[in-house]
Design a protein around this ligand. Sequence first.
Ligand code: SAM
Length: 264
Amino acid sequence: MLVYHLPGTFETREAHLDLLWEAGATGLEERAGLIRAYFDAREELSAEIADGEWRDEADQDWQAHFKATLKPVRAGRITIVPPWLRHEVEAGQTALIIEPGMAFGTGHHATTRMAVEALSALELSGKRVLDVGTGSGVLAIAAALLGADHATGLDIDPLTIPIATENAEINGVPPGRVAFAEGSLGLGDESDETFDVLVANLYAELHDLLAGEYAAALIPGAPLILTGILTGKLDLVQTALDREGFGGVTVRGDGEWVLVTATA
Ligand code: SAM
């Protein structure tokens, strides 16, 4: 079994966990000051996570270890859980089941959690929601579970689409209320459909590029929820929102990550 040992913890290396998933990790575990990333084959890793060490370890029931480290994530009215922790969702909370490890968006990243909280704070019934950079589909599925009429999830990575579709099925969201498609905004081929809410967990530079597209995709007065923004890059996003005429900007943070809301 191939394990990549990366010094640090989920907390200290939070910004790097998605790089491990993107590189093809099949599971992540934290033990004794090390992040253990399980891989099927050695992969070329980006510079930010190149300070670890590849180890061939004797086989053990790593899945049991991995599963034992996962906890339910409470985000507003939603609790995000892997299938085997469904029974731990407290009464009054809505379970959002995500099988970890297939695409970004298990709820364990601060940005996903803050975005679900922000969706949860809105009245979504009767609303049409657009989720740009849907990954596992978690935010679109959360919107549907919170009562949105319809949620559309877009992602430039085609591998995410069947995963998000399957996650919607697992959560009992009927195909008529959620749709996932390969794509993005700003590619020149989108329809002129408008939405009542737009949520995007991407990164600051991309929000800057897409801010005009967000404005065009929203009806006037509609809420915009942006995250994936490192604290140091907040200015870039705020300037872009000003430029595109968004108002009512609010900012909240969790560690090095921020979430911004605004009104079209
Ligand atoms: N929405 C999920 C969440 O909140 O956990 C996943 C967010 S993950 C940080 C970002 C996702 O955006 C990835 O699945 C990536 O493939 C996708 N992505 C990156 N650039 C994009 C773009 N220009 N347009 C649409 N999706 C993009």
